[in-house]
Design a protein around this ligand. Sequence first.
Ligand code: DAT
Ligand code: MG
Length: 140
Amino acid sequence: GGMERTFAMIKPDGVRRGLTPEILARIARKGYRVVGLKQMVIARETAENHYAEHRERPFFGELVDFITGGPVVALALEGENAIAGWRAMMGATNPANAAPGTIRADFATTTGENVTHGSDSPGSAQRELALFFHDGELLA
Ligand code: DAT
Ligand code: MG
């Protein structure tokens, strides 16, 4: 709760499909402040670090291949309750379980390519923001 910063990402499927403007528009309409934004290709080591919690899962290799397989848009969002709020805007991990009107329900059909990422806790947000952005890349 309170004023928070979170790490958000438009994944390679979203960028490839031209969904960046649509997703940025949703963020603007919600009222979150974009305090960091860059399009980039994620290095393999960074991806493995980002998804370290999933290292032992059977889908880990595919996940890292996918997330490094094309440009992403990395975002730092700021707003009241932004961590849970951005997760709510994304919807459930499996688009089949995502509520109508969420990004994953509206734009995705598979768990593997579900368009966006969002930090799941204050600790994750701090860790992921530091992994993707230098201090000087974020607005005060
Ligand atoms: P989220 O992205 O909602 O935080 P997560 O942290 O559990 O979900 O998983 C990270 C990503 O890994 C997820 O967005 C897509 C992929 N993934 C998760 N579970 C998967 C599965 N059972 N099969 C394939 N990919 C999966
Ligand atoms: Mg997660």
